[in-house]
Design a protein around this ligand. Structure first.
Ligand SMILES: Nc1ncnc2c1ncn2[C@@H]1O[C@H](COP(=O)(O)OP(=O)(O)OP(=O)(O)O)[C@@H](O)[C@H]1O
Ligand SMILES: Nc1nc2c(c(=O)[nH]1)N=C(CO)CN2
Length: 198
């Protein structure tokens, strides 16, 4: 039976189809997202590269840019209480909606044996969603933009390197945010490099 011949199936007006399609941008248009990578246990560079490669291996996700590597003092904890981090930022294009991107980010963390015990504890790998298009959400399970990104030089500096014009929704230009935070303890490691997957 065709939809036309079934009296219970009402035709959907073309204007409604157009509205639904326009709203459903995650399905048709890849969106730009910014992810922060951090590691302060194990082989930090290898882990960050593994994370970049695992992200690229995700259906519906392409890594578009990989930042320089920074060596950074642990933020939010007693100085000297943890090893230093390697941090980087990746810009991706993805058709995954935000919650699926978070699931994938957490699966990548787990693949690198991330253990969650203490808040801001040392970790082999941390993958945070810094921003997803211009989505703003205060859901605890996925707050967008990341609620602490604007005050973290270890996020802002590598993000600014790969996208000097970037803006953080609701917070302003990354360049301005970076000018307002200390860069002490956030040192570029020009001797190290992450590869953009081919
Ligand atoms: N933008 C976001 N990116 C990643 N996780 C988020 C985000 N917003 C909320 N969360 C939630 O935060 C929870 C804790 O994440 P995680 O253990 O990575 O925190 P953390 O890295 O120790 O600290 P921080 O959030 O300050 O970076 C996650 O389970 C996730 O549901
Ligand atoms: N330098 C640095 N400090 C941190 C980091 C991080 O990636 N780098 N991540 C944290 C929790 O996400 C807490 N503190």
């Amino acid at each position: 039976m065709t939809p036309q011949s079934d009296p219970t199936v009402q035709p959907v007006p073309a204007s409604v189809v157009a509205q639904v399609d326009a709203a459903d941008t995650t399905l048709s248009n890849p969106r730009r997202a910014v992810l922060s990578l951090g590691s302060n246990l194990g082989n930090r560079l290898e882990t960050l590269q593994g994370a970049v490669d695992a992200l690229e291996d995700t259906p519906g996700l392409r890594v578009k840019a990989v930042s320089p590597v920074y060596e950074t003092e642990p933020w939010g904890v007693e100085p000297g209480s943890q090893p230093s981090y390697f941090n980087a930022v990746v810009v991706v294009k993805t058709t995954l909606p935000p919650d699926s991107l978070l699931e994938r980010a957490q699966a990548v963390e787990e693949a690198f044996h991330r253990v969650r015990d203490e808040r801001w504890g040392p970790r082999t790998l941390d993958v945070d969603i810094v921003a997803y298009a211009d989505v703003v959400s205060d859901e605890p399970a996925l707050t967008l933009p990341h609620p602490r990104a604007h005050e973290r030089a270890f996020v802002l500096a590598p993000w600014h390197d790969v996208d000097p014009e970037a803006r953080l929704a609701g917070r302003g230009a990354v360049a301005d945010l970076l000018a307002g935070v200390t860069r002490e303890g956030v040192a570029p490691r020009a001797d190290l490099e992450l590869r953009l997957p081919e």
